[in-house]
Design a protein around this ligand. Structure first.
Ligand code: AMP
Ligand code: ZN
Ligand code: FE
Ligand code: FE
Length: 301
């Protein structure tokens, strides 16, 4: 009889201070090892800036899957649609960070994040709120500006009691919601594939976040190169997780489950909902051609 090692614990969706998380990439790797993860993907919004620092800090036994979460959108050509694009998040793994077309597309989204952040601050100021662009930018540091950075500034100014309130309709949720220029989701799937990466739709049924795309569109994305769907995620209830699984089976996509950890910007714990199987992880690694998984130089075997 052979003894099987325990099932590996794999979390494929996390954020660091390289975007809108609160824990620096190196600390995040130590935290991952401490909570017993075997594999962690770093998927900061529209940037790979945290990869190097994370890779250099890998504790023994932890594997890093380099990735990013790409801000995308879908505008239905259907005249009956509202005319507003639906926002979509696309997780991308193991792409070549230097591939110029995808790299330029990420840079464009980051610039749009800055413009949007400035605009939100202007709107707040116009309504008399005492908040400055300098404090938002200082808090974000070199990270692409995200709404959580603005939310944090509102919190520090005592204008909101907590982060959740900052995302409510009276604040960033609607009153001060400003669109940013996202990448068309079909373009994004193609860009990720052309950079050797593996595209996975993040929280596709999370209607709590806003409008979601149809199953029909997801089937079209599958035909265009999408590889998987995130099923287990804090923003999916049990029924939505089941819907994702059934759609994935039908469309020939794999499923993942991850935490979407953001440090103290969210209540979710690292490793929560991390249900991705070893088989799916192996599929991602086999399909990813643009970069490699990284393990500590000091890990055994
Ligand atoms: P952005 O990509 O800049 O539009 O900001 C979206 C990010 O805001 C998400 O990835 C979350 O990190 C965060 N976020 C959205 N809604 C909430 C919420 N209700 N509470 C805390 N963070 C949120
Ligand atoms: Zn985020
Ligand atoms: Fe997301
Ligand atoms: Fe995320």
């Amino acid at each position: 009889m052979t003894l099987r090692a325990r099932t590996p614990h794999i979390d494929l969706h996390t954020h660091s201070t390289a975007s809108d998380g609160t824990i620096p990439p190196d600390e995040l790797m130590r935290h991952a090892a401490a909570v017993g993860l075997d594999v962690i993907a770093l998927t900061d919004h529209d940037t790979t800036a945290g990869w190097t620092k994370a890779a250099a800090a890998l504790p023994s036994g932890l594997t890093l899957l380099p990735g990013a979460e790409i801000s995308c959108s879908w505008l239905s050509p259907d005249a009956a649609s509202s005319g507003r694009p639906i926002s979509i998040h696309l997780l991308a793994y193991l792409f070549d960070p230097t591939e110029p077309r995808f790299r330029d597309a990420r840079a464009r989204v980051r610039r749009s994040r800055t413009d949007r952040g400035m605009r939100i601050v202007e709107l707040l100021q116009a309504d008399g709120y005492d908040i400055t662009w300098t404090e938002v930018a200082e808090y974000a540091g070199t990270a692409p500006i995200g709404r959580p950075h603005v939310a944090h500034a509102l919190l520090l100014r005592g204008l909101v009691p907590d982060m959740t309130t900052a995302f409510m309709p009276e604040w960033l949720g609607r009153r001060y919601r400003v669109p940013k220029a996202n990448i068309d989701v079909f373009d994004a799937v193609r860009l990720v594939r052309e950079a050797g990466g593996v595209p996975v739709l993040a929280h596709p049924k999370a209607s709590v976040r806003g409008r979601i795309v149809s199953d029909e569109l997801i089937r079209k994305l599958a035909a265009a190169g999408l590889a998987g769907l995130e099923a287990d995620h804090a923003d999916h209830d049990a029924a939505q997780r089941a819907q994702v699984r059934s759609l994935a089976r039908e469309a020939g996509l794999f499923v993942t489950g991850s935490s979407d950890f953001h440090g103290s910007h969210k209540t979710i714990r690292l490793g929560e909902n991390a249900t991705t199987t070893e088989e799916v992880y192996a599929q991602i690694v086999a399909a990813g051609k643009g970069s490699s998984v990284l393990s500590s130089r000091f890990s055994a075997a």
